[in-house]
Ligand binder design. Structure first.
Ligand code: PMP
Length: 387
């Protein structure tokens, strides 16, 4: 036996290269902002999820420093053992108050919140109906749960109804799962219809508000608020790492749901509690979101301006800060992204297998100045019809 059991890794990597699916990291060495230093070059940043520009805000930084000085760098254990701090409870209260739910629970990331919640709520006797374009954490949570998984076409309510009619009665519990703002497209799920169907077919409904929290709705509570569905029975998941400028995830919902998750969700029970710095920064961000609606208003002015100025381009339908320019091939997306970087604009090429079709993805921030948006428009206009 002289063969090397790891040989296949190189072959698989070569396949990834051949398919043009190879990915590598890029280094930013400045504070997160509308303009950043990308590998030594100053670029306008359209690649960040920091929609409200809070990740570099001095109040969040100060809150993180103070929490670190008071409680240390690590939480030292899981919440049920030595990891729980008063700060965690304060953050959970603040999330529940923002979302107007009875209770909330913070996880170490949004990904873990989705894995933990889905696997705790359903199992082998159950059914999951999942939007085709859902985030990887929802898809993998569904797989891990062992439930029967049926995908419905993206935001396609008639298709979902058909699949509910054909399958619901065959399973014990049913969970419908959806992003509220779709992360690689920027469009919104048809939430009011999903809520009615969940009621009609006796299903639980889980909505991932990762890209909506702080952005959508009158007070920044998310799409649930945007669609006037506050107070409805559903499970809201989110992250602290996008508009809240920190790190971590959460679930918001009924007190019973949260109590159950605290007792059963493996990715909450068996992992170290969120660090004091991340917890305090997220707490500070929620206070800012609730007291400074002007940030969200500025974000929306920027979104509307860019949507309008780019209306002649092949934009995918969007109602959020995520604006995508549809392109035909991965090569085209990579080339345009490269040209834009050379011109001082940072926007990622998103391509298969992450999404079905290639695109450039622009994330708008409240802290983009009009001149930043204008530079993007000028560059796209001059580069779009490249040979
Ligand atoms: N859900 C969605 C829709 C996301 O886009 C992301 C992050 N890309 C997550 C969940 C995971 O959140 P986190 O980064 O906090 O793990």
């Amino acid at each position: 036996m002289s063969s090397n059991p790891y040989d296949w890794l190189e072959k698989s990597l070569a396949t990834i290269h051949r398919a043009n699916w190879y990915r590598s990291v890029k280094t930013i060495d400045s504070l997160p902002d509308a303009v950043v230093n990308l590998e030594g070059k100053k670029v306008i940043n359209f690649a960040s999820n920091d929609y409200l520009g809070l990740a570099g805000d001095e109040r969040l930084i100060e809150a993180a420093i103070q929490a670190t000085q008071q409680y240390g760098t690590g939480s030292t254990g899981s919440r049920l053992l030595s990891g729980h701090r008063e700060l965690h409870q304060e953050l959970e209260n603040a999330i529940a108050s923002l979302k107007q739910t009875e209770s909330a629970l913070v996880f170490s990331s949004g990904y873990l919140a989705n894995l933990g919640t889905i696997t705790t709520l359903v199992g082998q006797k159950d059914l999951i109906l999942t939007d085709k374009y859902n985030h990887s954490s929802l898809k993998n949570g569904a797989k891990l749960s062992g439930a029967k998984i049926i995908e419905y076409n993206h935001c396609d309510i008639p298709d979902l109804i058909l699949k509910l009619q054909q399958n619901r009665s065959l399973y014990r519990r049913c969970l419908i799962i959806t992003d509220s703002v779709f992360s690689m497209d920027g469009d919104l799920c048809p939430l009011p219809q999903l809520i009615s169907l969940a009621e009609q077919f006796d299903c639980m409904l889980l909505v991932d508000e990762a890209h909506a929290t702080g952005v959508m709705g009158k007070t920044g509570a998310g799409c649930v608020e945007h669609f006037n569905c506050t107070g409805k029975q559903l499970i809201q998941i989110g992250t602290l790492s996008k508009a809240l400028g920190s790190l971590g995830g959460y679930v918001a919902g009924s007190a019973t749901l949260i109590d159950f998750l605290r007792n059963r969700a493996p990715s909450w029970i068996y992992t170290t509690a969120l660090s004091p710095a991340d917890t305090a920064a997220a707490l500070s961000a929620i206070a800012i979101i609730q007291t400074e609606p002007s940030r969200r208003k500025q974000l929306w002015r920027n979104i509307h301006y860019l949507q309008q100025q780019l209306s002649q381009f092949n934009l995918l339908p969007s109602a959020s800060p995520i604006i995508c320019l549809g392109l035909t091939t991965p090569e085209q997306a990579l080339k345009l992204a490269q040209q834009l970087t050379e011109a001082g604009i940072f926007a990622p090429a998103i391509r298969p297998p992450t999404v079905p079709t290639s695109r450039l993805r622009f994330s708008v921030m409240a802290t983009h100045q009009t001149e930043h948006l204008q530079q993007l428009i000028t560059q796209l206009t001059s580069n779009y019809y490249f040979s």
